[in-house]
Ligand binder design. Sequence first.
Ligand code: ATP
Length: 139
Amino acid sequence: KERTFIAVKPDGVQRGLVSDIIGRFERRGYKLVGLKLLVPSKALANEHYADLSKKPFFAGLVDYMTNGKAPVIGMVWEGPSVISQGRVMLGATDPKAAGPGTIRGDYCLSIGRNICHGSDSAESAEKEIGLWFGGKGEI
Ligand code: ATP
């Protein structure tokens, strides 16, 4: 069964968009199999965004995710093609390019405050579920 990691980032939590985002996945027919609210550690955020460690916005991104002004909702969703369809439902990473009807296309405009995250491949889904939920089999 295919699973993906979806997160509501601090801006999405602060803006009260958690129920909308969960609702979209539920109504689509996907199954919620893991859910937690947490302020991630710097170590977790560094590892989650390890591929971006050389980018100029990396330090700001990690600070934003971890500074505790608002928590993150981490979720695991299960169902057919949930990795690719989850990304379609989130919309383009840069909200300026995200279509209407997508989460980002409906609710935001700034790439630095793009509300949500979704795994981009089977490999990253497995890595991210392990990171945020402590490994396969624990959820
Ligand atoms: P995500 O993993 O969040 O779904 P992605 O994998 O499509 O996004 P990446 O290029 O890996 O995109 O960027 C990860 C996150 O880094 C983005 O969601 C965004 O929060 C942040 N980010 C990317 N580019 C920028 C930028 N130019 N300025 C600020 N933040 C950025």
